[in-house]
Design a protein around this ligand. Structure first.
Ligand code: COA
Length: 176
């Protein structure tokens, strides 16, 4: 059963603006802790804010993307995105991206709760095919436990967060 201390929400465009700095801090802290999610150290708050402002905010404001949040005791503990900005021939598909749980809040079921809420949103939006890629064993274990299928692996796909070595990525999907 979901932990009642965890509150999951989908941010409205206005709420999104209010949460942008906290989201930037969360991403910065996750990258500093080694998360391989497109960025390489050094990665400070300004770098993180630039991502949220330039890449995420426009898509939230047009309704193309859902940003979900998880709060625990009033603190932002996790987030995930449902990206519905697919080409015209893929109206039934969406991408799952930037599933992040702050290192201080891991293994409490927050990622699972975020993914369950994301899938409910996808269903409401008529997006019945979800696709994602992930570099970590931890995240793959989570996605597998939620019913995502591994299609394959691309070796040496991206640098790790420290910029020291290339990591494989795993491509996964789930049909709702
Ligand atoms: C991967 C991540 C999102 C998991 O968040 P979390 O809130 O700790 O995950 P949950 O507590 O919901 O765990 C759910 C399941 O995932 C798996 N899992 C999560 N973390 C794991 C770990 N460190 N090792 C092994 N399995 C793990 C387990 O099956 C777990 O179920 P269990 O606790 O009942 O055994 C978090 O570690 C994170 O933010 N990592 C860095 C960013 C990242 O890799 N994101 C994914 C990019 S696609």
């Amino acid at each position: 059963m979901a932990d009642p201390a965890i509150t999951i929400a989908t941010l409205s465009p206005n709420d999104y603006v209010e949460h942008e700095v906290a989201l930037a801090e969360l991403l910065r802290d996750c990258v500093a802790a080694g998360a391989s999610v497109n960025f390489v150290m050094p990665f400070g708050l300004d770098d993180s804010l630039a991502y949220w402002r330039d890449k995420v905010s426009p898509a939230v404001q047009t309704g193309q993307r859902d940003v979900l949040t998880a709060h625990v005791d009033g603190r932002l503990a996790g987030t995930v995105q449902l990206d519905c900005g697919t080409p015209p021939n893929q109206p039934h598909r969406a991408d799952v991206s930037k599933l992040l749980v702050h290192p201080a809040f891991r293994r409490r079921g927050i990622a699972r709760a975020l993914m369950e809420a994301l899938e409910a949103n996808a269903g409401r939006r008529g997006r019945r095919l979800l696709t994602l890629d992930t570099a970590t064993d931890d995240a793959e274990a989570l996605y597998r436990s939620l019913g995502y299928q591994r299609t394959g692996i691309i070796p040496g796909y991206a640098l790790d967060a420290a910029g020291e070595c290339f990591l494989d990525t795993v491509i996964m999907y789930k049909t709702l």
